[in-house]
Design a protein around this ligand. Structure first.
Ligand code: ADP
Ligand code: ADP
Length: 224
């Protein structure tokens, strides 16, 4: 599987060219998108998540036209936003059940099984009855992974995930992501070089909306 992005451009109404002819080929596995604040990472992530439109360009996940087949993408994409909205005071299992319903898992028994499996997967089973709003930052991120995994996504987008996480939580979060990334395309957007070096098989560096480098982390280091 492969995500092929071609000539993606986006200029905001205020004239900022956030994406300038971005072309990237992203294979299965953990892919790092590295760039400073303002580089265009979130714009690219939100565009791929069909949360906003680009001005031009294409993104194909094998045969899936990501920018145009929005319904399919939204059902099958896993998206972990930079900042989670305010969580309601409902328990993790209730909230996950709700999201599974929204993603089209209609059968109640099937949904209960899915929710249980996901909570075990991200190690939140023991705290499933607690309100997600009471979770620590790391627990919320792991809940985000569980939520992102509903619908067996082929593409998972993770936007600046580790802000505010302590090292232990960060490691747990990344170990989970790496396991998941074996079979799907996981794009990890971050400004932390070390995260990309440690976790990603391939990467790009983006600056002022342009791709400065695409390749392996090792090649990026050698090029510096
Ligand atoms: P689009 O072209 O996708 O519709 P707009 O350029 O119209 O986006 O901007 C959407 C909203 O974001 C506007 O209300 C705008 O004021 C606001 N906005 C402007 N500059 C920024 C910025 N640097 N970061 C975040 N939001 C911004
Ligand atoms: P990053 O995620 O790498 O920090 P962004 O995609 O958020 O980068 O931003 C890229 C550029 O686009 C920045 O200059 C930012 O200020 C601008 N920008 C982001 N969102 C908006 C918006 N809604 N309206 C106008 N400008 C925006």
């Amino acid at each position: 599987m492969e995500l092929v992005i071609q000539n993606l451009s986006k200029t905001y109404a205020n004239g900022v060219r956030a994406l300038d002819n971005v072309s990237l080929t992203i294979p299965t596995g953990m892919y790092g998108l590295l760039g400073q604040n303002g580089a265009g990472k979130s714009t690219l992530m939100r565009t791929l998540a069909t949360l906003q439109d680009a001005d031009s360009g294409t993104a194909m996940l094998d045969d899936l036209d990501v920018l145009n087949q929005k319904e399919t993408v939204r059902r099958t994409l896993g998206y972990l936003p930079q900042e989670f909205g305010v969580y309601p005071r409902v328990s993790a299992s209730e909230l996950l059940d709700h999201f599974a319903m929204l993603k089209g898992v209609i059968n109640g028994k099937q949904r209960a099984q899915l929710v249980e499996a996901l909570l075990h997967r991200v190690n939140l089973w023991d705290v499933r009855k607690k309100a997600v709003s009471s979770y620590s930052g790391g627990m919320k991120q792991r809940f985000g992974i569980a939520q992102a995994l509903i619908g067996e996504p082929k593409l998972i987008i993770v936007d600046e995930p580790t802000a505010g996480l302590d090292p232990g939580e960060r490691n747990r979060f990344y170990n989970l992501l790496s396991e998941i990334g074996e079979n799907v395309v996981v794009i990890l957007s971050t400004h932390i070089v070390q995260d990309v070096m440690e976790l990603c098989n391939n990467m790009a560096i983006i600056h002022q909306g342009r791709v400065l480098f695409g390749g392996t982390p090792q090649a990026a280091v050698n090029g510096l």
